[in-house]
Design a protein around this ligand. Structure first.
Ligand code: SAH
Length: 222
């Protein structure tokens, strides 16, 4: 008999075993949450059968949900223990937010496209993610009200690390952000040590552009 719940669970298990683990993700907490979050609910219904394949999918408004491996990698790099206050820039589908909500204490997420933010907010309510706060706005300016943050994750490509995000990072806090040109970037991890940001580059990546005051200018048409 067809059992949708069970089938998606098997697809998620396969995703972890064939795409996530073989590419080097080891953090058990991250792997466990990837097995748990129903990614098919974060993509459009017409694409839900591809939800557990390892590629990005369209979420409308020319934006994409990141491929599962990149979500796992960025999450692992934050080394969350469970008591952190996290800021995410670029809510998009809300999938990365959902992952973070299970691994940290509080998640604050900013999306600059209102329709995407509203859709994600509804889904967070439906799925009962109560430790998530979302707002519509320019995430390059951060969210001062709840700062400082132990972890900041940016899921859109930036020309450089936005200064307000460095300011809003707590001492010993970590920021992970794709930095580069409009089309391709390097994944950078920064750690704030004695008020200075020490950065290292992890790998190449491709994200949609981070548009905003400390990001790309949205009047540029590419
Ligand atoms: N983490 C998302 C990835 C979405 S793609 C997911 O799992 O689905 C990146 C998102 O960043 C897009 O939705 C885009 O609209 C958003 N974005 C771009 N510039 C932004 C800014 N300055 N502030 C907030 N969100 C921004």
């Amino acid at each position: 008999m067809f059992n949708e719940k069970q089938d998606y669970k098997i697809l998620r298990e396969n995703m972890v075993e064939s795409h996530i683990k073989p590419r080097g993700i080891k953090d058990e907490r991250v792997l466990e949450v990837m097995r748990e979050i129903p990614r098919h609910l974060f993509v459009s219904e017409s694409e839900s059968s591809y939800a557990y394949e390892d590629f990005p999918l369209s979420i409308g408004n020319e934006q994409t949900i990141s491929q599962p491996y990149i979500v796992a990698l960025m999450t692992e790099l934050l080394q969350l223990k469970g008591d952190e206050r996290v800021l995410e820039i670029g809510t998009g589908s809300g999938y990365q937010t959902a992952i973070l909500s299970k691994l940290a204490q509080e998640v604050y997420t900013i999306e600059n496209i209102e329709s995407l933010a509203l859709k994600s907010e509804k889904l967070f309510e439906k799925l009962g993610y109560e430790n998530v706060k979302i707002k519509v706005g320019d995430g390059t300016q951060g969210w001062t009200k709840y700062s400082p943050y132990n972890s900041i994750i940016v899921t859109a490509g930036a020309p450089k690390i936005p200064e307000p995000l460095i300011e809003q990072l707590a001492e010993n806090g970590k920021i992970i952000i794709p930095v580069g040109n409009y089309f391709s970037q390097s994944l950078v991890v920064g750690e704030k040590i004695k008020d200075e940001l020490i950065t290292k580059t992890i790998c190449g990546c491709m994200f949609v552009p981070l548009i905003g005051k400390y990001g790309w200018d949205n009047s540029i048409q590419m």
